[in-house]
Ligand binder design. Structure first.
Ligand code: CP
Ligand code: NVA
Length: 301
């Protein structure tokens, strides 16, 4: 594994190895065991969109591993003024040991990997959010004791989170059902992959997807960069709220995940979010541990 660009690039074994290392690092951190295996290593973090979890967990993670992280807002670096990605990649490769980038176009992340000579980590694009899905898989395994054979239902927009969840869960031998309104389907590349693997169903009715689910996942209806569509999306996603009505179709002990930030009363009710806050905030914490595992794998000597 040279980069983390999207779940499609990872093998099932690589995913499992990351999750195992993440569990180990979480254990070590909880028990005060130092693991400064990235001493002297530097991660550049380029942000073209806002972030709370990704920024803080990567920065804290690098610190805990003995390394250093640089926060580079695109407003402050020349990339934001039009310096080409290929030049940015070649320059940062000479100072740093890895780049984490949050941006819009997946192509930009792939281009960094093509022109740079150091590992690139996708911290969210319009197409994918692999770091989040690794944390989600870690959380499911923690609460359910396994991934194999569990049913995951993702209800909402066919966005970066739905794309990466479908691929990550199928690669972890889970069954996946999604429900999205017409016009909001996942990326065709992801649907092609799912069609090849099987164990995948798509519904227009959230209740169909939720039926018998062990895990129910949702995310915002309007992602970063889609703010102008928010009003239209409120209308188009009517009936897709994860609330008690939808949860009645899932297994009685189903867990609920949300990558956060959440819009209570839109994609999830305040009641369901609070009832499942133990899982949802453990999921947020696990961003730290899962990403530390990725950092050790990619930046470790
Ligand atoms: N879930 C997630 O990526 O959160 P941030 O946007 O706060 O980084
Ligand atoms: N789909 C959301 C996820 C935020 C972490 C977005 O892209 O804004």
């Amino acid at each position: 594994m040279d980069h983390l660009l999207k779940m499609l690039d990872l093998s099932s074994k690589e995913i499992e190895d990351i999750l195992n290392l993440a569990d180990q690092l979480k254990y070590e951190q909880k028990h005060g065991m130092a693991h400064q295996v990235l001493e002297g290593r530097t991660l550049a973090m380029i942000f073209q969109k806002s972030s709370t979890r990704t920024r803080v967990s990567f920065e804290v993670g690098m610190y805990q591993l003995g390394g250093h992280a640089l926060f580079l807002s695109s407003d402050d670096i020349q990339l934001g003024r039009g310096e080409p990605t290929e030049d940015t990649a070649r320059v940062l490769s000479r100072y740093c040991d890895g780049i984490m980038i949050r941006t819009f176009d997946q192509e930009e992340v792939e281009e960094l990997a093509h022109f740079g000579t150091i590992p690139i980590i996708n911290g969210l694009t319009d197409f994918a959010h692999p770091c989040q899905v690794l944390a989600d898989l870690m959380t499911i395994r923690e609460f359910k004791g396994r991934l194999d054979g569990l049913k995951v239902a993702f209800i909402g927009d066919g966005n970066n989170m739905m794309n990466s969840t479908i691929v990550g869960c199928l690669k972890s031998r889970m069954n996946v059902a999604v429900a999205c309104p017409e016009g909001y389907d996942p990326d065709p590349q992801v649907l092609d992959y799912a069609a090849q693997v099987g164990h995948f169903e798509m519904y227009r009715d959230p209740r169909g997807a939720a039926r018998g689910a062990d895990v129910v996942i949702t995310d915002v209806w309007a992602s970063m960069g889609q703010e102008e569509e928010a009003q239209q999306r409120l209308l188009d996603f009517r009936g897709f709220t994860v609330g008690d009505e939808v949860m009645r179709y899932a297994k009685p002990d189903a867990m609920v995940l949300h990558c956060l930030p959440a819009h209570r009363g839109e994609e999830i009710t305040a009641e369901v979010l609070e009832a499942h806050s133990a899982e949802i905030f453990e999921e947020a914490e696990n961003r730290l541990h899962a990403q530390k595992a990725v950092l050790v794998k990619l930046l470790g000597r």
